[in-house]
Design a protein around this ligand. Structure first.
Ligand code: GAP
Length: 449
């Protein structure tokens, strides 16, 4: 984990928040590369669960909701952790995390447990009084439940169908840590899938498989994923069944995503507390009922950490360490880097023209400093799948080389074929499938110097 944290900091994936003030505990800022990686993860999720499906629609609900939402959802009462305080140093601890009945920091005596609500509280408007208390949402889910009827009425979707949402959630976690794994401000990608009661079991299995496949299709190794069924005693207050998709993070197996069968709990609660019926009229059977909800709930930051961990690799090439991220091209922050072999003006002018053309289609870097070997390694270290090298021959033959990150193999292709060739390679075509006029250029591993 330390290696990853340091690489992420050094190369501009993730910085400690407010770093010049000493950082803010458990808050992180995504830098120029991190913001691209995170955006690509969210886009891949949205494409898979909204764009490519006729039975899903999206939503972007506000973070601050009516305070009664949290009464109805059970969060005011049940979204708590048992907390103890050291009578000597006054540090607070999550009771569940302690193995001994003394302060892990100073060995002092601990108070009895008390329940600590993890929602962030603030005030709406200028007067700080009880009537104006609002909460930052601890999950995006409630925005989808309270908009269920709005979505049915405006989209005319029939069961089974789902709503998807990506957005920030906030939890005043007692213990945070392990980099971006657990923080107090984080992003979720949640699906609420509404089904006819009685069909919930099969839809649960369906979504479990669909979500597992999403991770492996984007490169997470099968052996680093496993399922964990929640025991009856640990189920959340709303859940009939929960299975976690766990990932083998550097600190051990831990939850990446949870799939829950929330039954009719949420729609029933919001009907009761709002006084508005959230029943669904089934035209096929002419019945009214509350749909059951299957909820695949993933963390954007945890997914980002899992994709970083899984893609990280080190190997020795020509006696030197090569560090690289094997990101799937869909997730890589930059897809291509354009590298003129030297800083000579005629070469950089041609390289800049190529960059200008390619960046109409993808995130493309342009790097001009250091030896070509060092520049290849810099791109490997940020997971760029392809480098395009412009050399002196390019000025004569109008051809450039494409160098593949994972194999370091190179082909040479006419500039006129470059865009289409890169498009095919980014979509997974073998490097040695050549465009008209192309040739295999280099198959030996290159040195960094
Ligand atoms: N609506 C259901 C729900 O929120 P959850 O298991 O509490 O369920 C779902 O959270 C996902 O959100 C988790 O699997 C995790 O990926 C992410 N998540 C939860 N708390 C987090 C935190 N403090 N920091 C980062 N990610 C978190």
């Amino acid at each position: 984990m330390e290696k990853l944290v340091s690489l992420c900091r050094r190369r501009g994936f993730i910085f400690p928040s407010s770093e010049i003030y000493g950082g803010l505990s458990s808050c992180w800022d995504y830098g120029p590369l991190g913001v691209e990686l995170k955006k690509n993860i969210k886009q891949a999720w949205w494409r898979a669960v909204v764009q490519q499906r006729a039975d899903m629609v999206g939503l972007d609900a506000s973070i601050i909701m009516h305070p009664r939402v949290w009464e109805a959802s059970g969060h005011l009462e049940s979204f708590t952790d048992p907390l103890v305080e050291c009578k000597n140093c006054h540090q607070r601890w999550k009771a569940d995390d302690l193995t001994e009945n003394k302060c892990p920091s100073c060995g002092g005596e601990l108070t009895d447990e008390r329940q600590f609500n993890m929602m962030f509280k603030t005030f709406m408007g200028p007067v700080e009084e009880a009537a104006n208390v609002v909460y930052l949402r601890p999950e995006t889910a409630q925005g989808m439940f309270v908009n269920f009827q709005n979505v049915v009425n405006t989209t005319r979707k029939r069961l089974p169908f789902g709503i998807a949402q990506i957005g920030k959630s906030f939890r005043n976690e007692i213990t945070t840590g392990n980099f971006i794994f657990r923080s107090r401000e984080f992003e979720q990608m949640e699906i609420e899938y509404f089904v006819k009661p009685g069909t919930d079991g099969e839809w649960f299995d369906y979504w479990l498989e669909a979500r597992l496949n999403w991770y492996t299709k984007l490169g997470i190794k099968q052996e680093n994923l496993k399922l964990r069924e929640h025991g009856k005693e640990e189920l959340s207050h709303y859940s009939r069944r929960t299975v976690d998709i766990n990932y083998l993070f550097p600190m051990g197996w831990a939850e990446l995503e949870g799939i829950a069968n929330r039954g009719e709990f949420d729609l029933a609660q919001h009907s009761k507390h709002s006084g508005k019926s959230l029943e669904y009229h089934d035209n096929d059977t002419n019945e009214n009922y509350l749909p059951y909800i299957i909820e695949p709930s993933a963390g954007v930051d945890r997914s980002t950490l899992a994709f970083l961990c899984d893609a990280y690799d080190e190997e020795t090439v020509v006696g030197e360490l090569r560090v690289l991220f094997h990101f799937d091209p869909a997730l890589a922050p930059y897809k291509i880097s354009v590298l003129p072999l030297s800083k000579k003006e005629n070469l950089t002018a041609l390289a800049k023209d190529i960059h200008t053309e390619l960046c109409q289609h993808w995130m493309v870097e342009f790097d001009i400093t250091q030896s070509i070997g060092r520049r290849y390694r810099r791109q490997d270290e940020i997971g760029t799948p392809f480098c395009v090298t412009v050399d002196f021959d390019s000025l004569e033959d109008n051809q450039v080389t494409i160098r593949e990150r994972d194999t370091m193999n190179q082909i040479r292709v006419p500039i006129a074929e470059l865009k289409n060739t890169l498009q095919a390679k980014l979509a997974g075509e073998d490097l040695f499938v050549l465009p008209p006029g192309g040739k295999i250029w280099k198959v030996e591993k290159e040195s960094a110097t």
